[in-house]
Design a protein around this ligand. Structure first.
Ligand code: UFG
Length: 326
C-alpha cells in the first residue's frame, strides 16, 4: 500500500509535528516547503523539496513523481495582524496556494486532501462553543483567505477534503526534537515562556476589558501533537474512500490570557511580568471549539490538551535549544 504523504509546509510548526506523527504511524512524509518561515532542521522524517506552494508546474511535477496517497496542505501565511497590512499576499499564498495544490492533485489523480484551516473562518462567532454549522464570517484577511482555501478545496472536482479548523495550536514535542519557532514570535505561549526564561522583560496583554471572566481574551489551546494526530486519522479516514468535511479541533474549554500566565508560572516556577495594553485588531474576545464532530468522525480526542500539559510540553521543548546552545 502507498504510504507516501506530501506535506506542504512540513518544515513549519504544525507541519513538522504532523511529519513526526505520520512517520510514527508508518507513513512516509515528503516535505514541500519554501523555507520562508519553516526550518530545514525540522525536516527529520523524510526528504525536503524546496519549492513555492504557488508554483503549479513544480507541484504537479513533484506530485507525478511521488504519486502520494494523500496531501497535507499546511503551507500558508498565518498571522492575523500581518494579514491586515498585506491582504493580497494572504490571498495569493493561502487561496492561490490551495488552488495550485488541488490542480496538481487533479492532474496526478490524488484524491485525498487534508487542509489546514482555522477557527478564524468563524470571526466573532455568536455561540460558544463553536460548532461547524456556525456561519463562516471572518473578520480578518487571514480568516477570509482560509475560508477561500476551504471553498476552493471543497469545490475541486474529484478531490475529497478534510478541512481541519484548528483553534489555538500550542505546546511542543516532549522529546524536544521540534518546537514552536516563529520569527518574529507573536504567539502567546512562547512569548510567556520567553518572559519566564528572562529573554523578554514582560508580556504585553492585548486587551483587558473584554467581556470575559477576567477581562482578557479567551482561547481554546490545543496541543500540536493532538492536531498532528487528527491529521493522521483524517488520512486514514479519506483512505477508506469517505466523504470530505470540515472539522473543528479544540477542547471545548477556553482559557484567558491571565490563566495562561498563571499556568506558565506554575509549570516553570518563575514569575511572568505583565503589562496591560490595547486589544489587537481582529482578535475576537472568546473562541472555543465544539469538537464533537471530529471525535465522532475520526475517533479523535484532545488527550494531551489540558492547559498545564500544553504549557509543560512547550516549556520542555523550549529548553532543548537552550541546552544545545550551552
Ligand atoms: N496575546 C497577548 N499578548 C501577546 C500575544 C498574544 O495578550 O503578546 C493574546 C492575544 O490577543 C490572544 C491570545 O493571546 O487573545 C492568543 O494569541 P496568539 O497570538 O497566540 O493566537 P491567536 O489567537 O491570535 O491566533 C491563533 C492562530 C491563528 C488564528 C487565530 C484565530 O495562531 O492562526 O488563532 O483567531 F488565525
Amino acid at each position: 500500500m502507498n504510504k507516501t504523504v506530501l506535506v506542504t509546509g512540513g518544515a513549519g510548526y504544525i507541519g513538522s509535528h504532523a511529519c513526526k506523527t505520520l512517520a510514527q504511524a508508518g507513513y512516509a512524509p515528503v516535505v514541500y516547503d519554501d523555507l520562508s518561515t519553516g526550518h530545514p532542521e525540522f525536516v527529520k522524517w523524510g526528504p525536503l523539496i524546496v519549492g513555492d506552494v504557488r508554483d503549479r508546474t513544480r507541484l504537479a511535477d513533484v506530485m507525478s513523481l511521488l504519486q502520494p496517497a494523500a496531501v497535507m496542505h499546511f503551507a500558508a501565511k498565518s498571522l492575523v495582524g500581518e494579514s491586515f497590512q498585506n491582504p493580497d499576499l494572504y490571498h495569493q499564498v493561502n487561496a492561490g496556494g490551495t488552488t495550485a495544490v488541488v490542480q496538481a492533485m487533479q492532474r496526478t489523480g490524488c484524491e485525498s486532501l487534508i487542509l489546514s484551516s482555522s477557527c478564524a473562518v468563524y470571526g466573532n462567532a455568536s455561540a460558544a462553543p463553536i460548532a461547524e454549522d456556525q456561519a463562516i464570517d471572518p473578520i480578518s484577511p487571514y480568516g477570509a483567505s482560509k475560508a477561500a482555501a476551504e471553498q476552493i478545496a471543497f469545490s475541486a472536482y474529484g478531490i475529497r477534503t478534510v478541512a481541519l479548523r484548528y483553534f489555538n495550536a500550542a505546546g511542543g514535542d516532549p522529546d524536544g526534537e521540534i518546537y514552536e519557532w516563529h520569527e518574529p514570535e507573536t504567539h502567546l505561549i512562547p512569548i510567556v515562556l520567553d518572559v519566564a526564561a528572562g529573554t523578554r522583560p514582560e508580556l504585553s496583554i492585548f486587551g483587558v476589558d473584554y467581556p470575559t471572566l477576567d477581562g482578557t481574551a479567551v482561547r481554546d489551546y490545543v496541543h500540536v501533537l493532538d492536531i498532528a494526530d487528527a491529521h493522521v486519522k483524517a488520512t486514514r479516514y479519506l483512505g477508506q474512500g469517505r466523504a470530505g468535511l470540515a472539522l473543528n479541533l479544540g477542547t471545548a474549554t477556553g482559557h484567558s490570557v491571565l490563566e495562561v500566565v498563571r499556568a506558565a508560572e506554575r509549570v516553570t516556577g518563575r514569575r511572568v511580568r505583565i503589562a496591560n495594553t490595547a486589544a489587537r485588531p481582529g482578535d475576537p474576545p472568546s473562541l472555543t471549539a465544539a469538537p464533537r464532530k471530529a471525535m465522532e468522525t475520526l475517533g479523535w480526542s484532545p488527550r494531551r490538551s489540558t492547559l498545564d500539559n500544553v504549557v509543560a510540553d512547550a516549556w520542555r521543548a523550549y529548553q532543548v535549544p537552550e541546552t544545545m546552545a550551552a
